[in-house]
Design a protein around this ligand. Structure first.
Ligand code: PEP
Length: 245
């Protein structure tokens, strides 16, 4: 059975209740069989890592595809690890669309993150045109094949995030997610080492809230969630975690 995760992607935001209050609220969560991970902006990684209790994890939202050098504004994976991150979100659709990250760049980042003992949270997803044209599984399979180059025999967490569902309030239905996760597992079986194909957790992300999470969980197949907007409120994030248990 793959491990389960509920991951908070704060993006370039901070929780209105304050970082320490947020971390303390998560520290009070008892039970559940999914690990909680928080991905704050870079400057807050160290503070969150110091504040959250053992068992919760901290992720960076991105990393450089180089380990050091003249890359102004970039942050090396080893620096993120030193700050307390143990995971790194890679290939988020905002990085692909706004910052021009290609499958090749994402694969290089996966390699360097794994070499630094950061677990990549690898994001894949189709746009609405692709979904409507019936090409979603093919495009997702292409992204999985491209990631194989960076993967080697390393372990990643995969986040399926349909682009049309991110930050739009329009989440995919439980049936659609369950069916798509099946296609993703299939493509992993074709392109990834067998152990990775079986053991990689597959999370869903895209406008998950406490109101729609039960429907998504009800269809099975999902090993957790990557949450943006709703993760900025510790109460909502905790409710999503509870629904998975
Ligand atoms: C995300 O950014 O990864 C995400 C899923 O955002 P939201 O939950 O706001 O759609």
């Amino acid at each position: 059975m793959p491990d389960r995760y509920v991951i908070a992607n704060w993006k370039m935001n901070l929780p209105p209740e304050g970082i320490d209050a947020y971390a303390d609220a998560l520290n009070r969560i008892e039970g559940g069989n999914a690990r909680l991970v928080i991905a704050p902006p870079y400057p807050y990684i160290e503070r969150v890592a110091r504040r959250v209790r053992d068992g919760h994890g901290v992720a960076a939202q991105n990393c450089s595809d180089h380990d050091k050098g003249a890359f102004t504004g970039e942050v090396a994976p080893a620096m993120l690890r030193e700050a307390g991150a143990r995971f790194v979100i890679l290939g988020h659709s905002e990085r692909r669309a706004i910052f021009g990250e290609t499958d090749g760049i994402v694969a290089r980042k996966v390699t360097i993150a794994l070499a630094t003992s950061l677990t990549p949270i690898l994001c894949i997803g189709e746009n609405l045109r692709t979904r409507d044209a019936g090409n979603a599984s093919r495009v997702l399979a292409d992204q999985i094949r491209a990631a194989a180059e960076g993967l080697g025999s390393g372990a990643v967490i995969l986040a399926y995030e349909p682009i049309w569902a991110i930050g739009t309030g329009r989440n995919a239905s439980g049936t659609m997610v369950a069916e798509t996760v099946g296609h993703i597992r299939d493509a992993m079986g074709r392109f990834w080492p067998q152990a990775a194909a079986k053991e990689t957790p597959i999370l869903y992300g895209g406008s998950v809230t406490p109101d729609n999470v039960a429907e998504l969980v009800g269809h099975g197949h999902i090993d957790g969630f990557l949450v943006g907007g709703a993760s900025l409120d510790s109460g909502k994030f905790a409710a999503i975690h509870r629904a998975l248990a």
